[in-house]
Write a protein that binds this ligand. Structure first.
Ligand SMILES: Cc1ncc(COP(=O)(O)O)c(C=O)c1O
Length: 502
């Protein structure tokens, strides 16, 4: 009862605190600042009221710690002080975090439900003793998997294999597709002596010339197999040998999608035709396509969307040609599109043969159809195969998502975010274009790469942490507890940044 009272007061106060327009500030023509009440303490008692900046970022303390050349590090963080939607750095700057550790924090920093769980003595042995899960799992492991991952299993899938990260989930999912494909080819007979001897020296038939079809602009990780299907940026791929696998064009759609349905349908048809051509060509080359891998929204590659029709047709093409269909939900999974899995927007009973995940699910892994279960132990295997402490945390994250109706919240704040981006785009047509999104999984294009990077830094100095993707996009990846008033804080600050941009 307490919980439902809290969530009732939450939705009431949210509906009461919808944006009010004030008269525009003289320095910012046409822009009406959004005014939202600060979060009531009963709503998100662990969240801060707003950003608070003491220095530019990285501040002196961050720079001091990073005096060695550390390349990719942006700044150092204070995770004890970070709360809810706010990341605090070592210089006590408190930033509204709309990037969330590359889209991997489901319910904000230091969520009380998770802190409470970890303070429980029963959780301690799970934290302290990391098992080799593939051979010596704890007694409660099946129960915890049922409570966590299997409770959100995609339609048609009853099996899940946990892994450590996104790349190793995809890497093993690819192996599962190849093993499945060869078993089919062999008529499920045992491998021949030749298979067994040639595989030891990387030769066919033991190491068959099979392929995986992927899409231009896709990102599936940086390990060797994954990298052969990653085509977002050259920095990931340069100097690393790869496979001769087919790469299909991903539809390049015009936004807003509803205004360009005809043009977009044509573009999608063109790409689907190319997919079928490539499957036939690679079969003729003696490198049959065992699987197709795709993201429901290409994320690292620039937030490229495609329609449910496109994915349904692609799924049918995979069926028709006997290829497994692997949906990579590492970035899209976990609720930020407004559904737990982005592929649920396609409305299919049988959306995929494999769905991989990581990031917001806290553990990596992949769901799969029964047929894609490897036929022998140790064929899909490593030492840890995940981490049971992450399943404990995930079970509690899922409780919070259900209790607080966070997917509905995502739809509400996502709508406010996208509408705000449309308004900004109308006001700054020389800088912004192609606002797009599903739930809070949104993005907008900036005039060019240099302007994008400069806007990201300026927003950060004003207390908003954002990420880039693609050549010149900004991506929005807030936690699921990002409410409408957080959207308003962001829009006001971003408008200030744009107005001051020279
Ligand atoms: C769609 C997708 N697949 C795979 C990966 C790789 O995951 P990880 O970085 O955990 O290896 C990512 C990471 O950003 C991703 O976005």
């Amino acid at each position: 009862t307490t919980i439902s009272v809290v969530s009732l007061s939450l939705s009431l106060s949210l509906s009461l605190s919808l944006s009010l327009s004030l008269s525009p500030s003289p320095s910012l023509p046409n822009w009406s600042r959004y005014v939202s009440k600060a979060a009531r303490k009963t709503q998100l008692e662990f969240d801060y009221d707003g950003p608070s900046m003491k220095t530019s970022v990285p501040g002196p303390r961050s720079q001091h710690v990073s005096s060695q050349n550390v390349g990719a590090i942006n700044f150092f963080c204070n995770y004890e002080e970070s709360r809810g939607n706010y990341l605090v750095d070592v210089d006590s700057n408190r930033m509204l975090d709309i990037y969330t550790q590359i889209s991997s924090i489901p319910i904000g920093y230091n969520h009380p439900a998770l802190l409470k769980l970890m303070a429980n003595a029963n959780s301690l042995s799970t934290l302290v003793n990391r098992p080799a899960l593939g051979i010596l799992p704890p007694e409660n492991f099946p129960e915890k998997i049922t409570e966590s991952l299997l409770s959100v299993a995609p339609s048609g899938m009853t099996r899940v294999q946990t892994m450590a990260c996104g790349s190793c989930s995809n890497e093993n999912a690819y192996k599962a597709m190849f093993i499945w494909y060869r078993n089919k080819e062999r008529g499920h007979n045992i491998p021949s002596d030749e298979d067994l001897s040639t595989c030891m020296i990387n030769q066919a038939p033991g190491c068959p010339d099979l392929s995986i079809l992927s899409f231009m602009g896709g990102f599936h990780g940086r390990t060797m197999g994954c990298l052969a299907t990653t085509h977002s940026k050259s920095v990931h791929k340069l100097d690393v040998p790869s496979f001769d696998w087919p790469i299909a064009p991903f539809p390049r759609l015009q936004y807003p999608l509803e205004e360009f349905t005809k043009e977009n349908a044509q573009e999608e048809a063109r790409c689907l035709e190319e997919v079928e051509d490539l499957i036939v060509k690679w079969r003729q080359k003696g490198k049959p396509v065992a699987g197709i891998v795709i993201e429901p929204i290409q994320a690292e590659g620039g937030d490229n969307h495609a329609s449910p029709d496109f994915f349904r047709s692609l799924r049918n093409i995979a069926h028709k040609h006997g290829c497994a269909f692997h949906v990579d939900e590492v970035q899209t999974g976990g609720g930020s599109t407004g559904k737990f899995w982005a592929h649920e927007h396609w409305g299919m009973d049988d959306p995929a043969d494999i769905v991989s995940f990581s990031k917001k699910l806290l553990t990596g892994g992949y769901y799969h159809k029964d047929e894609l279960q490897a036929d022998k132990p140790y064929r899909i295997f490593n030492t840890w195969m995940g981490d049971p402490s992450k399943n404990l945390l995930l079970a509690e994250v899922l409780n919070v998502i259900r209790r607080e109706n966070l997917l509905e919240e995502v739809m509400r704040s996502g709508k406010a975010l996208l509408n705000g981006l449309y308004e900004l785009q109308a006001q700054y047509p020389g800088i912004l274009s192609r606002a797009r999104g599903q739930g809070t999984f949104c993005a907008i294009d900036i005039r060019d790469d240099a302007t994008r990077n400069s806007l990201l830094l300026k927003a950060r100095d004003k207390g908003v942490l954002l990420g880039g993707c693609g050549d010149r996009s900004i991506r929005f990846r807030p936690a699921l507890i990002f409410k409408e008033y957080h959207v308003h804080i962001f829009l006001n600050i971003f408008n200030d940044v744009l107005a001051q941009h020279k």
